[in-house]
Design a protein around this ligand. Structure first.
Ligand SMILES: C[S@@+](CC[C@H](N)C(=O)[O-])C[C@H]1O[C@@H](n2cnc3c(N)ncnc32)[C@H](O)[C@@H]1O
Length: 296
């Protein structure tokens, strides 16, 4: 309802924003409009109803219009808000980081399961996250394993800076180290859990990805080489960095689980392989355990 003084109200802009998003084909237009309007005005979602007829000032209206235009142009809501919830915590995003996916929570679940196994108890675990991005995986694991320490590496300095911010935000910075490194340069040290969600899209498939992914997730986070498996072959070299009884857990793309298990078993023929499905029923994680033998 427009006010008697002619000013647009919160409910006017909510309605207008939802219409723009609906016309752009956004499925959950009403809910996304609420998020954008709250972000632009500072109004809490819980207060939207009671403040429905509050006047919107010019700069707020401009901010909302700009957000709506970005969303209508396929930019994901999380990119506009600058954050994404992962494993129950908000992670700051940057243009250099992948927008963490809910599917990746499957990897965190399995990592926590193997971390609880009897062989793992007795001293704090050491974790390594290769291609850490926002730090979503490592920060979540450190938050759930209060004695563990971890190293996250990424070839993007910008991603490393974002991961450090997220570690601070979630109170694990004292147990987390982040370094800007190319995994091709190899690695020293031994770890109980090595986790990674590496780039795994075949190069030729990238132009066919949805605009939300292709235009807004960094290419560096997507491109897994000609067959999508380049990073798994490199990660297999890190099996030598596992502590006795340690586990490597890798996220995989659609249809890649058997190939990735094959790559890992080639380097570690006596390894125990476990796989886990995401909520959509797709094999999403391949893990290999080192059976307690010293690797070298
Ligand atoms: C698919 S993203 C995963 C990000 C984050 N772990 C997550 O699950 O949301 C892959 C990450 O690998 C990083 N990366 C790509 N090539 C790399 C390389 N050669 N060495 C180290 N990291 C690399 C990218 O910058 C990106 O952050």
């Amino acid at each position: 309802m427009t006010r008697s003084d002619g000013a647009a109200t919160l409910s006017d802009v909510l309605e207008r924003t939802a219409r723009i998003l609906r016309e752009a084909g956004i499925e959950d237009a009403a809910a996304e409009a609420r998020w954008l309007v709250c972000e632009a005005t500072g109004v809490r979602p819980i207060d939207l109803l009671v403040r429905a007829d509050v006047a919107i000032d010019g700069s707020e209206a401009e901010r909302i219009a700009a957000f709506a235009a970005r969303r209508a142009n396929s930019e994901p809501l999380s990119r506009i808000l600058g954050k994404r919830e992962f494993y129950g915590r908000d992670f700051q995003l940057s243009p250099a980081t992948l927008d963490p996916r809910a599917d990746t929570e499957t990897l965190v679940d399995l990592a926590l399961q193997v971390a609880q196994e009897p062989a793992r108890k007795g001293r704090p675990l050491r974790l390594l996250d290769v291609g850490t991005g926002t730090g979503a995986i490592l920060v979540s694991l450190l938050a759930e394993l209060p004695a563990a320490t971890g190293l996250g590496i990424d070839v993007s300095a910008d991603a490393v800076a974002t991961a450090k911010t997220n570690a601070l935000r979630h109170g694990v910075a004292a147990r987390a180290t982040f370094e800007c490194r190319d995994l091709r340069a190899g690695l020293a040290g031994r770890y109980d859990l090595i986790v990674s969600n590496p780039p795994y899209i075949r190069t030729a498939d990238i132009p066919g990805l949805a605009a939300e992914v292709r235009q807004f997730d960094p290419h560096l986070a997507l491109d897994g080489g000609a067959d999508g498996l380049v990073f798994y072959r490199l990660l297999a070299n890190f099996l030598g960095n596992l502590e006795p009884g340690g586990w490597m857990l890798l996220e995989v793309g659609a249809g890649q689980a058997d190939d990735v298990a094959g790559i890992l078993l080639q380097s570690r023929p006596d390894g125990i392989v476990r796989m886990a499905e995401d909520l959509g029923g797709h094999l999403r994680v391949v893990a290999i355990g080192s059976q307690g033998t010293v690797v070298g």
